[in-house]
Design a protein around this ligand. Structure first.
Ligand code: NAD
Length: 324
């Protein structure tokens, strides 16, 4: 049985991954950790450690204390926040990865999951069905840290046999925990605002197409790649991963089917430049072939689920929406 440590467990993806891993491996075999107590559901629902991913000794002590063999490193500074604090983004995103790679190199842990992102691509990358292997010239600090991280993952695997596995997540959409400062955050905020106010002002233009994925699919992919046999994982940088691509205009019209009076306005800000540098759709044939990746949710089924779940959070939204 795996003994798992999740670093950055309080965040949008880390929290849902923690719930899933506790379900699979049992509460006693999963340790959640974060630099803050801000996600009280995670803190109070199982084993939790306050841990700074930048502190090698603290991470090592935690690994030894719980006899951890598998680490999911979910702590990072995301794209939009990274542009405001470039050096902090570089420090957190690269040094936290080195720490867990080195723990594996020293034999203290056996397996690592570290997420990459579509931000590894840049304006010179082909934007439609972006291939697994292609031009990668990211223009954001976040994208640079992810690209560098991918190179180091592959290097540690080739040179030291470290079993590190990675996925280039697209924008992740979920209802449990709010996103943490990325360029695709609009696709979560739009559902909350639609139900709360019937209106959303979008920070991207109406025709900005980006690759996205519902959280349940992202968690399934994360669990699947980690449970796949070692030999099946042929790419040790990071796998392209895709589900759906849409624009703010398309998601708004899907929401309108549930909330007829919903309206959207557009006021692009600095995040438009970041979005313009990223792919519109992703070719994930390698993930599908190597470890049988398959997504379940499309825009319609994701919207049904988001609205159904968020209606419970915003009971007064019943007035705005029509029943499914
Ligand atoms: P998030 O911002 O929601 O959560 C990050 C968590 O890390 C937070 O709980 C934060 O408190 C914690 N953290 C920050 N600094 C820390 C430190 N020094 N030590 C320990 N914990 C610290 O991020 P997320 O959306 O859950 O993303 C998780 C991973 O997935 C990141 O690597 C991110 O780059 C990647 N990713 C996310 C998306 C997305 O759409 N959410 C898309 C592509 C890639």
């Amino acid at each position: 049985m795996s003994k798992v440590l999740i670093i950055g467990a309080g965040g949008q993806i880390g929290s849902e991954l923690t719930y899933k891993l506790r379900e699979i491996y049992g509460n006693t075999n999963v340790v959640a950790s974060d630099i803050s107590f801000s996600n009280l559901d995670i803190v109070n629902s199982g084993q939790f450690e306050l841990l700074d991913a930048k502190d090698y000794n603290a991470v090592k002590i935690c690994v030894e204390k719980y006899n951890i063999d598998t680490v999911y490193l979910m702590a990072a500074m995301l794209s939009a926040t990274g542009e405001k604090y470039p050096m902090q983004a570089w420090d957190l995103n690269t040094n936290s990865l080195f720490h867990v790679l080195n723990l594996a190199k020293e034999g203290l842990i056996k397996k690592i999951f570290w997420p990459s992102s579509i931000a590894v691509f840049g304006p010179t990358t082909p934007t439609i069905d972006t291939p697994q292997h292609t031009i990668m010239e990211p223009t954001t600090v976040y994208g640079i840290t992810k690209q560098v991280g991918e190179r180091w993952c592959e290097y540690y695997h080739e040179q030291y046999g470290v079993d590190v596995r990675s996925i280039r997540y697209p924008g992740i959409i979920s209802w449990k925990t709010m996103p943490g400062g990325g360029t695709t955050d609009y696709a979560v905020e739009i559902y909350h605002e639609a139900l709360k106010k019937g209106h959303y002002e979008c920070f991207l233009s109406e025709d900005t197409m980006l690759p996205m994925m519902f959280m349940d699919d992202a968690i399934k992919a994360t669990v699947d790649i980690m449970q796949a046999p070692k030999d099946a994982i042929k790419i040790r940088s990071a796998y392209n991963l895709a589900a759906i691509s849409f624009t703010p205009k398309t998601i708004a019209s899907t929401i309108k089917q549930h909330i007829p009076d919903f309206n959207i306005t557009y006021k692009p800000d600095f995040r438009q430049t970041i979005a313009n540098s990223w792919p519109k759709s992703i070719d994930d044939a390698s993930a599908r072939a190597d470890w049988n990746w398959k997504h379940d949710y499309n825009l319609e089924s994701m919207t049904n689920e988001m609205i159904m779940q968020l209606k419970k959070k915003y009971p007064s939204s019943e007035k705005l929406s029509k029943s499914l």
